[in-house]
Every structure is written in C-alpha cells, then in structure tokens.
Design a protein around this ligand. Structure first.
Ligand SMILES: [Cu+2]
Length: 341
C-alpha cells in the first residue's frame, strides 16, 4: 500500500509542475477529437466550457471466477479454509456485477464543471454448499451510491490540460441486501453483494491530458476516502488509483484506439457488518477484502455528428495481490454513450 501512496504523490507533484506554465485557451478544435476523452471507464477525465451540458450513460459488466490468494491463483480447498482456521460452510464460485450509470455534467464557467452520477447495480453470485454440493445463485439489485463532483481547471495550453476533481459519494446504495442462502429465511449477503459503501466518501483526483496532432496521452490519480463508519458498523477500505492511457486517433480523429493501465490499491474492510453473524464463506469475511492490482485495457472512442460520443473498453487483470482468499477477476467490459450540447 505504501508503494501506491508514494506513487500517487510522485505523480501528483510531477503532473502539477509540468503544466503550470502556459495558460492560454484554444481547445475548440480539439473538442471533436475522439481521444479528447479518456477510455470510457475513467470518470471525470474532462471539463466542459461555460453552459455546455453533457448527459451520459455507461454500462459495466465485471466477471469473477476461480480463486486468488495473495498474488497467486488458488483452489477450492483454500477457498474453503477460514482465515482464522477451520472451514467455511459454503464456497463462492463465481460472481457477475452489472452496473448502469447515468451522469450529467455542466460547465458553470470555462474553469469549473459540475458533475453528478447515479447508478443501478445488479449482482449475482453462485455459491456451493460443501457438505451436499448443493448450489445457489444469490442476487442483489438496486440503486448504488450517488456521486457529485466539481472539476476545476488548473492549467491548460495548446497541448496540455490539468484539472483537479473534488467529489463526494453519497450513501444512497443499500448495505442491507439479503437473499435466501441455504437456510429457510433470508440472510444478509456478503460485502461485495452490497450496493453501496454506507459511508460518505470523499473523492479527490487530478487529471492531466496531453495531445499532439497524431497521438495523445493522459494520466489520472484519484482516491476514495471513507469518512466515519456506516450504520452496520464497518468501513470499506480506501481506494488509491493511478490511470494512464495512450491514444491514437484515426478516421479524421473521429475514432481513436487506446491502450490503458490502472494501478489500484484498496484497503481491507475495517469492522464487521453487524448483521453478518456467521462467517458462512470468504465473501462474508472482511479478511478477504482489499487488494493491489494492475489492469491493462484496450479501448475505442468514437464521435458521431460532433455531439454524440461512444466508448467501449475491455479490461483484464495483469497483476493481482489480494488479502486472504478472494474470487479472481476475469475481465470487465464497459460501454458508454455521451451527448453534449
Ligand atoms: Cu462531459
């Protein structure tokens, strides 16, 4: 974790000193470039001009399958072993998370953009009971947390832009989702199956973007800092992320292809959800939370008729170091549409 926090600050200082030179604005021509937006999974990557409005819809599907323990892949036997010794009664086998996100952005001035984003989440987890090999599919769905943010332009010139983001995540997502497991009445689902953090989370970040005629690149550092403890007496781990992307525009710059990487560190859950009384499986054990990951992704952006943007991104893990045993992330696909006027 220290490595990631260190990297975070090195990037922060590096990026801010690099652009704080020239502050002339001539980005009109660049607004139409497909690569003037980052790959679709990166939030708050751009600002808007005064009174410009943008609406967006994004869909993300993430698949987890198999087991990971530390930085190596694991197996059923380890997935069944409790972090404190003994055995779990059930074992998660796979999980799919689908998320729909609706967002709006508005430029209150050329230097300040306001952003709001809501989400609807649909989770599914397959679990197996060890003693009789009976399987069940657990489900949870509903609204996720709502994010609001302000994006403040710090510096820009013909080629480079830098802005700071300060956001707040409001705990609108449920943390008391239940489903029928192997008993006769519904029980509270594991941490990953809950829809929100239950806490107010502060979302600071910096985004730098550089473009030349034939290519562009950008970097973003961002965090999710939990404030206080939620009503169920636990706190999800803070998140520290660095994203870097490189893009090549073609087709009169209406289409761009990009290669991106994300370094992410998420801390372990503190406390215990007060309604998860029995440690049925690792998905219900805070010890099996938190990780340090590096993902690689391929993305395409496209601009239609100067107003509509579409983006598609495919992400896969390149390195994974998880606490205790967890389901292994296979891949993530994200699709998005944006309309600005
Ligand atoms: Cu926008």
């Amino acid at each position: 974790m220290n490595f990631f926090i260190g990297l975070f600050y090195i990037l922060l200082v590096g990026l801010s000193s690099q652009v704080l030179a020239d502050t002339e604005s001539s980005e009109v021509a660049k607004l139409l470039r497909a690569d003037s937006h980052a790959p679709i999974s990166i939030m708050g990557d751009h600002t808007h001009k005064e009174s410009q409005v943008m609406f967006s819809y994004r869909f993300m599907t993430m698949k987890m399958d198999g087991y990971q323990s530390g930085s190596s892949s694991s197996n059923y036997t380890k997935a069944r072993t409790h972090s404190l010794g003994g055995h779990y009664m059930t074992i998660p086998q796979e999980m799919t998370m689908n998320m729909h996100m609706i967002g709006a952005m508005y430029g209150t001035s050329d230097d300040l953009t306001f952003m709001v984003m809501g989400s609807y989440i649909d989770n599914e987890m397959k679990v197996i009971k060890h003693t009789n090999a009976k399987k069940r599919t657990l489900e949870s769905n509903g609204f996720g947390d709502t994010k609001i943010a302000i994006l403040r332009k710090l510096a820009n010139n013909d080629n480079a832009k830098l802005h700071a983001t300060l956001g707040l995540s409001l705990p609108t997502g449920s943390i008391s989702k239940k489903d029928l497991m192997f008993g006769t009445k519904e029980e509270t689902l594991g941490y990953n199956m809950q829809l929100g953090s239950g806490t107010y989370d502060v979302l600071p970040g910096f985004t730098y973007a550089y473009s030349e005629d034939t290519y562009s690149y950008g970097a973003q550092i961002s965090s999710v800092i939990r404030v206080g403890e939620n009503s169920k007496e636990y706190v999800l781990g803070n998140i520290y992320k660095s994203n870097i992307w490189f893009a090549l525009p073609f087709n009169d710059k209406r289409t761009s292809f990009s290669l991106a990487t994300e370094l992410k560190s998420q801390g372990k859950i503190r406390g215990n959800h007060k309604d998860i009384k029995t440690i049925m499986n690792f998905a219900q054990n805070p010890d099996s939370s938190g990780s340090r990951t590096i993902d690689i992704s391929l993305a395409i952006n496209h601009v239609f008729a100067d107003k509509i943007r579409a983006g598609l991104e495919y992400r896969m893990p390149a390195y994974n170091d998880v606490n205790s045993v967890q389901l292994d992330t296979e891949n993530t696909v994200m699709f998005g549409l944006g309309y600005a006027y």
